[in-house]
Structure formats: C-alpha cells, structure tokens
Design a protein around this ligand. Structure first.
Ligand code: PEP
Ligand code: MN
Length: 349
C-alpha cells in the first residue's frame, strides 16, 4: 500500500496515520521527495483502504502490491516528466536523443561534438570522465577537470550533460557540473551510491545491471526514489547471455515491460547493447519501435582512434544518418500505433 500525504499533513495527522497503519499489521516508512510526501506500507494484511483514506492529512491511498512501490505505475497514472531547463524535458511524449563519446578525451573534442549535436538538434551529450574499465591499465577518464570543460561547452550551447558517477564521494563533486548523473551497469546495485543519488535534486539515468533482472532494476530505481529523488530514468543497455557473437544481448522486451510496470521514462543504449558499430543503427531503430523514450549512443569523430569503445561508436557521418532515421522511425511509430500495452484482461486480446 502507498499513501500520498497532503502538503498540509501535520505531525499529529501523521502520527495518527502511522498508528492506524501499524494497527492494521503494516510496517510504515515515510518518504519525502522533491514533489511529495508518502507513507510506504509493507505487509500482507487485507484491509479496507477506506479506513485509512478517511484520516486527516491523506491525499490518496493506493493498493500497490508490487515490491517496488514508488516507481510502480499502479498508483501514478501520469507518467514522469523530467524538465532539464532550456526547454528540454524528458518524457514519454517525445523521444530524446543523447550522443557523445564513450570517454571525454580532450576539450577540442568536446567543442567539435557539441557543434555537431547543436547542428543536429540533439538535446543531450554523453561522455564519461570517470570510466569503469575492465582492465586497470586502460584509460580511466579525465575526472572532475574533464567534467568542468565538458559542462562549460555544453552549457554555453544549451546542451545537457549526462556522465557516469562511480562512487558516493563523486556525487557532490560532480553536482554543479552535471545535468543527469549516469549510474553504469556495474553500479546498478551499488545501494550506497543509489541512496546518495536519492538525496540530490538532479535526474539520474539508471542503467540495468548486466546480469540484473528487470525486477532488480526497478528495485534499484526504488532506492533512489525512496531517498527523495523522483527524477529517475531507466535505461536498458544489454545483458550478458550465452550469446558471444556481439558484446551484449540488447533486451528490447524490457521497453514495453518497464513502460507498463513503471511510470518512469525508459531509455535504450544500443551502443553498449550490441557493441558492434554496424549493428547500432538497426538496434536504435528497433528500440524506437519498441517504445523507447530516449536513446543514448556513442559517437566519435574517428572511432578507430577512440580511447574507449571505438568498436561501437558511430562516426559523425553515420551518426547524422542515424539521427535522421531515428526521427523518421519516431514519425512512423507515432503514426502506426498507440504504445499502451494491451491489458491481459482485455477480452479482445
Ligand atoms: C558507458 O556509458 O560508457 C558505460 C560504461 O556504460 P555501461 O555502464 O552500460 O557499460
Ligand atoms: Mn562506453
């Protein structure tokens, strides 16, 4: 059960709500976010929610049996919109494109990629300055100094920055130079990091762990939300399977599933999802048709010389074509069908 509190719910009302909830056999936890105040009630008792709904200080009561309650679509009919400033909003109403190199390499690179993105109307620039690398001898990123020049050029051009945060101490350090924190696949279940990201008022793009189930991804999103941050974007980026023909298996089933189960925007990263440059564009277009609300993709002026992930980065000519095709595919998608999944109970299906 999930209880939404009224803004004017006072201490006395709150104590009364908690005591009634406990007397009914639930364990209540209070959650305060940028947008609301909630009481999450965990328990298996069957109660008539009208008993609770009539108490003072309550806006609404919802029966949400899902384990991850706050991110569940069962209580929030309207899907989450995340405004980033400069008129850029992440939502389910349109597709947002984010592109950039795997790693931020130098300032000249940032200037040129920003120019490319601006020219092509791309809203977000991605780029890592803290790089999780499988080998300790690989380039690990330019750190905060890199983020500062990355942010400076993006901000001057109305482009929003998404970059990976790897540990708790970086959350504060990066805060003034970032528009969206990215949690990478390797940190998708770093609960201390998720707790900390729940305490900031900036959006978080949460990637799926490479061996996480979708339930686990939603539970990770719940960590962020329950610590106070409702601005969460889910991102499918491929999982490890027995298939070795490409880097990962991009699980596009995740898109309609996550959109049905959750009210959060759902992005897809086809670059890491398939890991092979020639397959990135088809998988990006497939992600659009599956209903993705955004795409995160790696591009590089000379992929062969990229310090990381060159094998899956599009060059600028390929990226330009891909942007055009993504937009054509969005138009096709919008003209073809309404992506609301069929209800299992719908007798016609
Ligand atoms: C990245 O975006 O460069 C990255 C490391 O992604 P992932 O965590 O999905 O591997
Ligand atoms: Mn990468």
């Amino acid at each position: 059960m999930l209880i939404q509190l009224k803004d004017n719910c006072n201490d006395k009302d709150f104590q009364e709500i908690v005591s009634v909830v406990k007397s009914l056999g639930y364990k209540p936890s209070e959650v305060v976010t940028q947008y609301g105040r909630y009481v999450i009630c965990v328990g298996s008792a069957e109660v008539d929610i009208r008993i609770i709904g009539n108490l003072n200080g309550i806006k609404d009561v919802h029966v949400v049996a899902d384990q991850s309650k706050l991110v569940s679509r069962l209580w929030k009919v309207q899907t989450t919109e995340i405004p980033l400033g400069d008129g850029i909003v992440i939502s389910r109403d349109h597709l947002t494109i984010g592109m950039g190199p795997c790693s931020i390499e130098d300032e000249e690179q940032v200037i040129r990629i920003v120019g490319f993105l601006k020219e092509n109307g791309v809203a977000l620039m991605r780029g890592g300055v803290y790089k999780p690398r499988s080998s300790p001898y690989s380039f690990r990123g330019h750190g905060l100094e890199g983020l500062k020049f990355f942010y400076k050029h993006c901000q001057a051009n109305g482009i929003k920055v998404v970059s990976e945060v790897m540990q708790v101490s970086q959350v504060e350090e990066m805060h003034d130079y970032i528009d969206i924190y990215q949690v990478g696949t390797r940190n998708s279940q770093n609960f201390n990091l998720l707790d900390e990201l729940g305490k900031v008022n900036k959006p978080v793009l949460l990637k799926r762990g490479m061996s996480s189930t979708l339930q686990e991804l939603l539970a990770s999103a719940e960590y962020i939300f329950s610590n106070g941050n409702e601005k969460v974007i889910l991102c499918e980026r491929g999982i490890r399977t027995y298939e070795t023909a490409y880097r990962n298996t991009l699980d596009l089933n995740a898109v309609p599933y996550l959109k049905e189960k959750s009210h959060l925007p759902v992005f897809v990263d086809p670059s890491h999802g398939v890991g092979v440059r020639a397959y990135v564009e088809p998988m990006a277009l497939a992600a659009v048709m599956a209903g993705a609300d955004g795409l995160l993709m790696e591009i590089h002026e000379v992929p062969e010389r990229a310090v990381s992930d060159g094998d899956q980065s599009l060059n600028l000519t390929e990226a330009r074509r891909c942007i055009t095709r993504i937009r054509e595919t969005v138009r096709l998608r919008d003209s073809l069908y309404d992506l609301t999944p069929y209800q299992a109970t719908d007798p016609d299906h």
